[in-house]
Design a binder for this molecule. Structure first.
Ligand SMILES: N[C@@H](CCC(=O)N[C@@H](CS)C(=O)NCC(=O)O)C(=O)O
Length: 219
């Protein structure tokens, strides 16, 4: 059975899973969830994702939610196909640097990128207005965090080591959404943060991600 992703290619967490499917050459299909009718907040959806969020996967009867956990599962299950090395294994220090990158994305990057996206994108979709003062504070603090990224990326080519890993790819959905909200300067400032700009250009140009962007645009 083809891998079913219950959720949407238009939302960041579904995009994260789709990107890894593309890396690992795993056929998948999205099963739409009518979020306008709050389908994700009630049974039977919540029988499978009890937090009432998208996505979850159904892999031939195996149900799993949490997009990053899904990606790790898929990389391990399909170890012998597609891009290799997305989760380092066998070298203790490489594994540690990778885990550090994964934690940095969840703890340091995602809160800023997601909160900016909530203010400037998701609120507007619901007919609301962004809190511009909060956005300015978030952007200012995000710059400081990305200055540390610049330091880390001056020592390693990628945030999880010297090869591309899930730690990098996990940044793409919310990072690109934030970037698209008129915030190029966070990610692509070759003068101020040349290593961040290099890294961001490389990962956003991966064919796995370009395919996600096209699918989200219906192309
Ligand atoms: N940690 C979860 C977060 C899931 C999540 O926040 N999903 C968003 C879409 S990207 C959602 O369902 N938002 C609607 C809601 O929370 O009601 C994951 O990575 O799967």
């Amino acid at each position: 059975m083809v891998l079913k992703i219950h959720g949407s290619i238009k939302l960041p967490c579904g995009q994260r899973v789709a990107c890894i499917c593309n890396e690992k050459k795993i056929p998948y299909e999205f099963v739409p969830v009518d979020m306008s009718q709050q389908e994700h907040k009630k049974a039977p959806y919540t029988d499978f994702q009890p937090f009432g969020q998208v996505p979850y996967i159904d892999d031939d009867g195996f149900i799993l939610f949490e997009s990053r956990a899904i990606c790790r599962y898929l990389v391990k299950k399909y170890a012998n196909q597609g891009t290799q090395g997305l989760i380092p294994s066998g070298d203790l220090e490489a594994e540690a640097i990778f885990e550090r990158g994964v934690s940095i994305e969840i703890e340091t990057f995602n809160p800023f990128a997601a909160d900016i996206a909530i203010e400037k994108y998701f609120k507007a979709r619901g007919g609301g207005q962004p809190d511009e003062k909060r956005v300015a504070e978030l952007v200012s603090d995000f710059h400081k965090k990305l200055d540390v990224y610049e330091l880390l990326l001056s020592k390693h080519d990628y945030i999880g080591g010297d090869e591309v890993t899930l730690a990098d790819l996990f940044h793409l959905p919310f990072g690109c959404l934030t970037q698209s909200l008129g915030l190029d300067e966070l990610f692509i400032d070759h003068t101020k943060r040349p290593n961040v700009a290099r890294w961001w250009t490389v990962i956003t140009n991966r064919s796995s991600w370009i395919a996600v962007v096209k699918e989200a645009q219906g192309l």
